[in-house]
Design a protein around this ligand. Structure first.
Ligand code: F0G
Length: 471
């Protein structure tokens, strides 16, 4: 995919002057038009990102806040979408037809039980699971599928642990494009697979793990009729970065001290980091929140790398960042969304984290499971991967890295109904992790906050008695 095999269907001159694609490698830095169908730098193979060159002068940036706020009450589809509402910072002209399911506008909740569990005075959770397909992927997919249509692609493809797949399938269906999805067979939740089937995707179950699927996607991306919708695609990141803008609006432009997110393929942390950085560059916020990224213990290549970084490598200077990351060969976790051993966006994510002064850490299966139950007790709920946020924050507070009075926002990435099997097994006390070794015994996960259903006789007295005992 590093070769310039396929060119944009639009000539370069028609690409907007509003943005370019730039290689993030400091010794390369090559730029390309935004209608070039590339996913990595054709010159050096490095990751690409979109560099926005706002048409309005920076002095007018404060006006943006007013326009964005005004659009919140508009009924225009472009304003109703919580992504396209921020179009001044997106690499598309206003005349471009957009593919939207009215994504974004997700709630920011106070989560007092989660706060208490972590040792924080206050903890707010932004629920990206409230997007149209139930995960944060939709905010990026609206941009990626809009770009796929512009480039004349026939088929949009992705590798997925389930959520990217469901999101791509839905947005491709809206656009009338074929979607093709590579899934690691038997390793994704039935609910997510059901979504992709319903949205009409061509689902290919691959013998292998997510990282194997991702390698195949990079080969498929060479085909000119195919458009890759994974977060290696910088347009996905552009849509997802708007979550940072929406969050800042909800925080009335008071930057939280910390924003904590799960880490899998590392697109989300990359996108949030980019969003906050652009708001800083425009003078809309005066400091960056510290980005805290949390991986599952046995799927944590970047947390491992981060733990071994030297002080110079954490200085925020991109030139000092490591060039390689050792993958985890056989990643394991019941939080299947983040069962990833070789995240494609690790460099961009690492750069965003060190620039912000944050951390990349890991949490155990037990910590994820109990944190998830606590988020449920706040009446919010989420899928297992999302609960790494609360589990990670508890660890950061215990370590004295985050103070009790600091302001913290967690990004919940997926809806509680994304993995009902996990939820049910936790509350029945039957959750366990396969050892991954042939003949190895499964590792049981204890349920600190179980809530199994109980059989009750079909009469009022028995029900009242049961309720009294469970109060
Ligand atoms: N949380 C959920 C619910 C996810 O589905 C994912 C990634 C992540 C967190 C991690 O985000 O990859 O941007 O670091 N899911 C991808 C998928 C890999 O295929 O659905 P990330």
């Amino acid at each position: 995919m590093a070769e310039k095999t396929a060119r944009a269907t639009l000539p370069l001159e028609q690409a907007t002057a509003k943005a370019v694609q730039r290689c993030i490698q400091s010794e390369c830095g090559a730029t390309y038009g935004i209608r070039e169908r590339i996913y990595v730098c054709p010159r050096c193979g490095g990751p690409l990102e979109i560099e926005i060159r706002p048409s309005a002068p920076v002095s007018a940036a404060a006006e943006l806040k007013k326009s964005w706020a005004a659009r919140a009450v508009s009924r225009e589809p472009r304003d109703v979408s919580g992504v396209w509402r921020y179009r001044e910072l997106l690499p598309f002209e206003d005349s471009v037809p957009i593919v939207t399911l009215f994504e974004g506008h997700t709630p920011l909740y106070d989560a007092p039980r989660s706060a208490e569990y972590c040792g924080l005075a206050r903890f707010r959770l932004k629920h990206q699971g409230c997007n149209p397909t139930g995960s944060f992927k939709d905010t990026g997919m609206t941009a990626a599928v809009t770009q796929a249509v512009l480039l004349g692609a026939h088929t949009a493809v992705c590798a997925s642990t389930g959520n990217t797949a469901a999101s791509l399938a839905a947005y491709a269906a809206r656009a009338g494009l074929q979607s093709a999805i590579l899934l690691p067979r038997g390793q994704i939740s039935a609910a997510k697979l059901a979504q992709s089937l319903d949205y009409g995707a061509a689902v290919c179950e691959i013998e292998g793990n997510f990282d194997d699927c991702m390698r195949l996607i990079q080969e498929l991306g060479d085909d000119p009729a195919i458009y890759v919708a994974n977060s290696i695609n910088p347009f996905r990141i552009e849509g997802q970065k708007t979550v940072a803008i929406e969050l800042m609006e909800q925080c009335q432009w008071q930057t939280p001290d910390h924003v904590v997110v799960p880490g899998g393929n590392m697109g989300n942390s990359t996108a949030l980091g980019k969003g906050f950085q652009e708001l800083m560059d425009l003078g809309l916020i005066d400091r960056l929140p510290k980005l805290q990224v949390v991986q599952a213990e046995d799927s944590a290549p970047l947390a491992r790398l981060f733990a071994g970084l030297k002080p110079a490598e954490k200085s925020g200077d991109a030139r000092h960042l490591p060039e390689t990351m050792a993958p985890v060969e056989n990643p394991k976790t019941l939080a299947t969304a983040i069962k990833i051993g070789a995240p494609v966006s690790w460099q961009k994510s690492l750069r965003a984290v060190v620039r912000s002064g944050g951390n990349i850490l890991s949490v155990t299966e037990q910590e994820i499971a109990d944190a998830k139950a606590i988020i449920g007790r706040d009446g919010i709920g989420c899928e297992p991967a999302s609960a790494t946020t609360v589990a990670g924050m508890k660890k950061l507070v215990a370590a004295g890295i985050v103070g009790r009075e600091e302001s913290v926002v967690g990004i919940l990435t997926g809806h509680v109904l994304k993995d009902p099997d996990y939820v049910s097994r936790y509350h029945h006390g039957s959750l366990s992790l396969d050892s991954g070794e042939p003949g190895g015994a499964p590792k049981p996960i204890a349920s600190a906050f179980p809530n199994a259903p109980q059989r009750v006789a079909a009469n009022k007295a028995a029900i009242l008695d049961n309720l009294a005992r469970r109060r």
